[in-house]
Design a protein around this ligand. Structure first.
Ligand code: FAD
Length: 288
């Protein structure tokens, strides 16, 4: 399958990229790693007349330590996330999640910005960013603004980003030292999107959970923040009855599609299983 014709642009700055976006409106699309957009173009489900390749914009690359938070440029690849010592030390769940995305070839090209901006409910990073309470930094012709990952996703492939805006970076608050974490993903085979997945960040004091955040991938039109489930486990000793209640609360917010990954009821149950496993692993990993 061959994409339709398009004009290729390769800006070297954010300002230049925004000017091209402004002059072509809906006919233009940013191109990051291309591993979501190019397949859509080959299927003719997307047919932009202008492709704005962001790979020459140096300002969109890199991972910065800002003390209480880490800022990751939108064009940072999944491979670079895996290789980062800073992330391994401060946000190890990002490495764990990245390693579960597709395969090495895709991770060499696929970017964090493209993964979160696409609005595909199957992508793993959006739920992780909601779990971590990340903020997306956006630049448009009207200026810059910040959008919480928890407010960004409106429906499948619909986000709060305006057509003339770019995600330039993602800011992630660093969880407390010694936090527990886990990203549990059920997939049919290596390289597949999640049947269901759950991200958990958790802190504990002795046997008591002192803080918890949970988010779900690919069991609704958007990533899902499981706030009630997280509240249920906070203050508990993660005993079996509490975990069962949290799992039920997480399952209750899902609304998965029935597809080749299974019927809706199965995917809802698997979301619960992923929450159960992620809670147990995060609790075990958390320093008390
Ligand atoms: C076989 C296969 C399996 C995959 N499996 C998984 C998986 O299991 N989990 C997963 O998370 N992903 C998976 N992916 C998707 C992969 O991770 C993509 O690379 C990623 O989702 C999109 O990133 P990209 O850099 O390739 O973006 P692109 O494909 O270049 O862009 C995606 C969309 O985002 C827009 N965009 C890109 N960058 C920006 C920006 N900075 N600002 C605003 N808009 C922007 C583009 O215009 C486009 O609409 C898979 C892909 C393939 C081909």
């Amino acid at each position: 399958m061959i994409p339709g014709e398009f004009i290729y642009h390769r800006p070297s700055s954010v300002a230049e990229a925004l000017a091209i976006l402004a002059s072509h409106g809906d006919e233009a699309r940013p191109l990051a790693g291309g591993h979501s957009l190019i397949p859509m173009m080959k299927l003719r489900m997307a047919a932009p007349e202008h492709l704005i390749d962001l790979s020459g914009v140096a300002d969109l690359k890199g991972i910065r330590d800002e003390g209480g938070s880490v800022v990751i440029g939108a064009m940072t690849t999944q491979h670079e996330l895996i290789a980062s010592e800073l992330l391994a030390a401060k946000l190890p769940i990002i490495r764990e999640t990245s390693l579960l995305i597709a395969d090495p070839q895709i991770r060499y090209m696929g970017t964090l910005g493209g993964n979160v901006a696409n609005g595909d409910p199957g992508n793993d990073m959006p739920a992780l960013m909601q779990c971590l309470n990340a903020t997306y930094l956006a630049a448009g012709n009207g200026g810059e603004r910040e959008i919480a990952a928890r407010d960004f996703y409106e429906a499948a492939y619909f986000t709060a980003l305006a057509p003339d805006e770019l995600v330039t970076a993602i800011r992630i608050p660093v969880p407390a030292a010694g936090h527990g974490f886990a990203y549990e993903k059920l997939k049919r085979k290596v390289g597949d999107y999640a049947t269901a997945a759950a991200a958990v960040i958790l802190t504990r004091d002795g046997s008591t959970v002192t803080g918890c955040s949970i988010a779900l991938t690919n069991v609704g039109d958007t990533p899902l923040l499981a706030s009630e489930a997280a509240e249920i486990v906070t203050g508990s000793g993660l005993d079996a009855a509490t975990v069962d209640r949290a799992v039920a609360a997480a399952e209750a917010i899902t609304n998965p599609a029935a597809d080749g990954r299974g019927p809706a009821e199965y995917r809802t149950k698997m979301a619960g299983v992923m929450v159960h496993r992620a809670l147990a692993r995060a609790f075990e990993r958390a320093g008390s």
